[in-house]
Ligand binder design. Structure first.
Ligand code: PEP
Ligand code: CO
Length: 475
C-alpha cells in the first residue's frame, strides 16, 4: 500500500531547544532551526508568570502527534499556486478568536456558512474555490494594549483562550501555560469534527439546499441562495442521469477544507514543528497554513524568522503603514525561491484608503516578479467603536474595501486572489448593515464575540454573492 501523504513526518519532536539543525533542501539559505526565532525580538508574547511551567507545557506539546500532515500542507500550496495564477479563488474565513467552549453545533454552523459562501463563489463566480478556515487553532490574539482598566482595576488584557480567560478577575486573566495543551486538544477535536463533516457526506453537493438554515433562508440573500441551490440540484440530476455520481466522482461527495491561524505564540508553534522525513523539511503541524499578523511582521523580528523556515504555505498581513520596500523584503525573506502558493499577502487597508495605498504595493511586487497570492481582509481596517461603546464594522465598508481591492488589481494588471473574513454561523448582531440593515441599536441584542465583530450567517452569504459579481467581472 502506498504511504499516505505526510506519512514520513516525525510524530513528535525532540524537546524544545534540543533540536538538530535542519537539513535545508529549499530556499532557507542561511541557518534556520525551529528555535532560531528565539534570538530575535518576539512581540506580543504573553508574560507567563512561571517560566518553568511554560517549559513543561512546551515539552509536553512537543511529544504530542502532529495535527496536520505535510502532504496536506503541500496540497494547499499547490492550490494556492493556482490562485496566484488566477485559476482559482481563495476563501479564508472563520472566527476572530475561537473559544474553548465552542459547541459542536457552532463549529458545524461555521463550516456550513463557509461551504455556502464557497458554493456561491464557485457557481456564481465561476471559479474553483480554495477553502481555508480560520479554525481549529485560532486561539491567540495580539492586543493594542497589554492591560485593560475597568473601574480603576488594571488587569492583563484578554489574549485569547490559549493564554487566559475573558472574565475580568485576576485569576481569569493570569496567563496559564496549561492552556497551551488545552488549545492543542481543542484544535484536535475541532479538526476531527471538520474532517468528519467534510468527508462524511455533510459536504455532499446534493446537500447544497439543506445548508440553507432558516436564519439565512428567510433573508434576501438566502432566497437567492435557494434559487441557486435549485439550479445546482437540477444540474446534479442531469449529471446523475448521465452516469456521473458521487460514486464515480468523489469531488461531488467530499470537500477539501484546510485550517489556518495566526502563528502568534511562537513557543506553541515551535513545539508543533516537525521534520518530514520524506522530504527532510520542517512543517508547522499545528495547521495547514499559518499567517503573520499586522503587529508582528517586522522583517527582522521573531515571527518572520520562524515562518520563513517552515514549509507550509504562509500568509502575512499588510496594513496601511506598509511600504513597498518592506513588502518586497518580506517577499524575499519569506519566499526566496519565488514558489507560487507559498506566500499570501493579506491586505487590510481600510475602505477609505485601499484605492490609494494598494496600487503601489501591487506594482512593486509585480515588477519584482514575486508570484504572491493577494487576498483582501476587509475587516481589520474598518473597525470602529459605536456610540454604545461596542466595536463594530459596517457591511458597506467591508464590501467597499473588497470593491477597491478588485479595482486596484484591475488597474495594475494583477490578480485579486481571494478574501479573508471574520464570520460566524450564528445569528449574532455584531456588524452593521447588510440586507437586514442592522442598526447601531440592534448591536446589543446578540453581541457575543470575544474579540472583533463578525459577519453573521446572513451577512456572510450576502457578501459571497457580492464578491461573486466582482469575480465574474474580473479582467
Ligand atoms: C486578525 O486577523 O484577527 C488580526 C488581529 O488581524 P491584523 O493582524 O491584520 O490586525
Ligand atoms: Co480579528
Amino acid at each position: 500500500m502506498p504511504a499516505p501523504p505526510g506519512a514520513g513526518i516525525v510524530a513528535s519532536g525532540p524537546a524544545v531547544g534540543e533540536r538538530a539543525p535542519a537539513v535545508h533542501t529549499w530556499g532557507v539559505r542561511d541557518s534556520w532551526t525551529p528555535s532560531s526565532w528565539r534570538s530575535r525580538e518576539a512581540r506580543h508574547q504573553p508574560e507567563w508568570p512561571d517560566p518553568g511551567a511554560l517549559e513543561q507545557a512546551l515539552k509536553a506539546l512537543a511529544q504530542l502527534p502532529p495535527l496536520v500532515f505535510a502532504g496536506e500542507a503541500r496540497a494547499l500550496t499547490r492550490h494556492l499556486g493556482a490562485v496566484a495564477r488566477g485559476e482559482a479563488f481563495l476563501l479564508q474565513a472563520g472566527d476572530c478568536a475561537e473559544s474553548f467552549d465552542s459547541s459542536a453545533d457552532s463549529i458545524r454552523d461555521k463550516l456550513r456558512v463557509i461551504l455556502q459562501m464557497a458554493v456561491v463563489l464557485t457557481y456564481s463566480g465561476g471559479m474553483p474555490v480554495v477553502k481555508v478556515g480560520r479554525i481549529a487553532g485560532q486561539f491567540a490574539k495580539p492586543r493594542s494594549r497589554p492591560t485593560e482598566v475597568r473601574d480603576d482595576v488594571e488587569l492583563p488584557s484578554f489574549l485569547g483562550h490559549i493564554v487566559n480567560d475573558i472574565g475580568f478577575t485576576e485569576a481569569e486573566r493570569a496567563p496559564d501555560p496549561d492552556r497551551l495543551l488545552t488549545a492543542y486538544h481543542r484544535a484536535a477535536s475541532t479538526l476531527n469534527l471538520l474532517r468528519a463533516f467534510t468527508r462524511g457526506g455533510f459536504a455532499d453537493l446534493s446537500q447544497v439546499s439543506s445548508w440553507n438554515r432558516e436564519f439565512v433562508a428567510s433573508s434576501p440573500a438566502g432566497q437567492r441562495y435557494a434559487q441557486m441551490a435549485g439550479e445546482i440540484d437540477r444540474a446534479l440530476r442531469f449529471m446523475t442521469a448521465c452516469g456521473v455520481t458521487s460514486d464515480t466522482t468523489p469531488q461531488l461527495h467530499e470537500v477539501e477544507f484546510f485550517t489556518s491561524h495566526e502563528a502568534l505564540l511562537l513557543g506553541y508553534e515551535e513545539a508543533l514543528t516537525r521534520l518530514d522525513s520524506l522530504t527532510g523539511e520542517w512543517y508547522d503541524c499545528s495547521a495547514h497554513m499559518l499567517w503573520i499578523g499586522e503587529r508582528t511582521r517586522q522583517v527582522d523580528g521573531a515571527h518572520v524568522e520562524f515562518l520563513r523556515g517552515v514549509r507550509n504555505p504562509i500568509g502575512c498581513k499588510v496594513g496601511p503603514t506598509a511600504t513597498a520596500d518592506e513588502v518586497l523584503e518580506l517577499c524575499e525573506r519569506l519566499n526566496p525561491d519565488r514558489e507560487p502558493g507559498r506566500l499570501t499577502l493579506i491586505t487590510r487597508m481600510g475602505a477609505e484608503r485601499v484605492r490609494e495605498l494598494l496600487p503601489p504595493l501591487l506594482a512593486a511586487v509585480r515588477d519584482a516578479g514575486h508570484p504572491v497570492v493577494w487576498a483582501c481582509d476587509p475587516m481589520h481596517g474598518n473597525t470602529f467603536t459605536s456610540e454604545s461603546g461596542l466595536k463594530t464594522r459596517h457591511f458597506d465598508d467591508v464590501l467597499d474595501e473588497i470593491a477597491g481591492f478588485f479595482a486596484a488589481h484591475a488597474a495594475e494588471g494583477t490578480i485579486p486572489g481571494g478574501v479573508h473574513v471574520e464570520l460566524t454561523g450564528d445569528a449574532v448582531t455584531e456588524c452593521l448593515g447588510g440586507s437586514d440593515a442592522l442598526a447601531p441599536t440592534d448591536l446589543e441584542s446578540r453581541y457575543e464575540t470575544m474579540c472583533d465583530p463578525r459577519l453573521n450567517a446572513r451577512q456572510s452569504v450576502d457578501l459571497a454573492f457580492r464578491v461573486a459579481e466582482l469575480l465574474r467581472s474580473r479582467t
